[in-house]
Design a protein around this ligand. Structure first.
Ligand code: AMP
Ligand code: MG
Length: 416
């Protein structure tokens, strides 16, 4: 491969072409069994069919007295009917006998309704005295009784393949007796952070040294997208170190931050090409134009520029959707959106995709002025981002734009 260092990019790939390539190459990982307690948030790889009815027995929906419904016909406050009290049923502790006409048992919510009974009268309409119950309300058969299978029927598909398990889904899986489910395996993601100038996160910057902020941000993004993080490496810009990190077979995805461009110390693109294939190097976008993508063995390698905003942007456009897709999730942007007019115009260029940080004020989106790729605080001040597609030269003031919100709450609470 031609050494492009210090020569600039000959040509850049369109964002859509990179997206199409990734859609073709990156497919969901194979399934694995996941224990019930770990399945919330995971993506099911197959339908789940209930093997049992829930409930599996007719159960009382009220605290009261179980009776034969027809025996209560005619009962009212002025005509209380008397029943023989012959026992009780509690949740998990059934009444073992069978009710005969004119008999009742005391029953609590969740307890099985005994044979011979088909209705429950609420305690409020009953009075118990001397082994008898006086009932002042008529109840038809099945009243206050939960039928077998009223929640879930045996044979029902309760959750479909592709479903991302919600907390209540996990609860439902427990209720039908599942101990484990098959889910798409989570992608294992390795962060390789390069730069001679970098100090580990948690250090105080000094002199010409800066703190590695990209790994901190990337870890949170990978977690958001369902990836499993492997121990990460902070490396000097030395080709042999970077080569060793790329050769290591751990993980499905490598996120390589820094050294992705055409500078003297930018070794990563050449090394990826040498060890596997460098499918993309240089993308027609702003920020993040020095982004790249390649494959080494089974591993997908995303070259993320070191500038923090570029790093965020390249992750969101290419790495994030791929990590989600590997884990069986949607490639779509995970952000909530709002549609608002632009407070000021956005300048762009035909042929280039822009990721513009905006702040929403007074119901309008204003592009942030100091917005270079190295200005991480621009993303902190911003409410979200607007994407200016390749075919537009820019967007005029007043144009309605979709803002990808950095906080979901902004969509719920409204933006002002
Ligand atoms: P590079 O992509 O290596 O050319 O780096 C571009 C700019 O991003 C330089 O100013 C680097 O100091 C900075 N940079 C590189 N890596 C990181 C990192 N992990 N965290 C914060 N800034 C970085
Ligand atoms: Mg560097």
């Amino acid at each position: 491969m031609r050494d492009v260092r210090m020569q600039g990019f000959a040509k850049r790939t369109d964002v859509e072409d990179v997206e199409r390539l990734l859609e073709r190459l990156v497919q969901p990982l194979p399934p694995e069994p996941v224990p019930l307690l770990g399945c919330s948030g995971r993506v099911l790889s197959e339908d789940v069919v209930a093997a049992v009815d829930v409930p599996g027995f007719a159960r009382s929906a009220m605290d009261g007295y179980a009776v034969r419904g027809e025996d209560t016909f005619g009962a009212s406050a002025y005509n209380r009917l008397s029943f023989e009290l012959c026992g009780e049923a509690l949740p998990g502790r059934p009444f073992s006998g069978k009710l005969a006409p004119g008999q009742a048992i005391r029953i609590m919510t969740g307890a099985p309704v005994p044979d011979g009974a088909d209705a429950v009268v609420m305690a409020e309409f009953c009075e118990e005295r001397d082994e008898r119950v006086f009932v002042s309300e008529a109840v038809g058969p099945q009243r206050n009784v939960g039928a077998v299978g009223e929640d879930i029927r045996r044979g029902d598909v309760v959750l479909r393949a592709g479903r991302r398990v919600r907390p209540q889904d996990a609860g439902l899986l427990a209720s039908i007796g599942c101990a484990e489910v098959r889910c798409v395996r989570r992608p294992r993601v390795r962060l390789v952070i390069t730069g001679d100038e970098l100090l580990p996160a948690g250090s105080l910057p000094y002199g010409c040294r800066i703190v590695d902020s990209n790994s901190v941000m990337l870890r949170a993004l990978v977690a958001r997208d369902g990836g499993e993080l492997l121990p990460f490496e902070l490396l000097r810009d030395e080709p042999e170190l970077i080569r060793a990190a790329l050769e290591c077979k751990d993980g499905d995805v490598i996120l390589l931050s820094g050294g992705s461009s055409v500078g003297q110390e930018d070794h990563a693109p050449r090394l990826v090409a040498e060890l596997g294939s460098l499918d993309v190097h240089g993308v027609s976008m702003r920020p993040s134009s020095p982004a790249g993508f390649g494959r080494i063995g089974e591993r997908f390698v995303f070259l993320l520029p070191g500038n923090p905003v570029s790093c965020l942007c390249a992750y969101e456009f290419f790495a994030g959707p791929s990590i989600r897709a590997l884990g069986g999730r949607s490639r779509k942007w995970p952000h909530a959106r709002v549609r608002v007019p632009l407070a000021r115009k956005i300048a762009s260029a035909i042929g280039r995709t822009d990721y513009v940080r905006v702040v929403i004020e007074g119901g309008r989106a204003a592009p942030i002025a100091t917005s270079g790729a190295s200005i991480l605080s621009s993303t902190v001040r911003a409410s979200g981002a607007v994407i200016v597609p390749r075919e537009l030269e820019g967007m005029p003031e007043g144009a309605e734009v979709d803002v990808l919100l950095y906080d979901d709450e902004l969509a719920v609470g409204g933006v002002s």
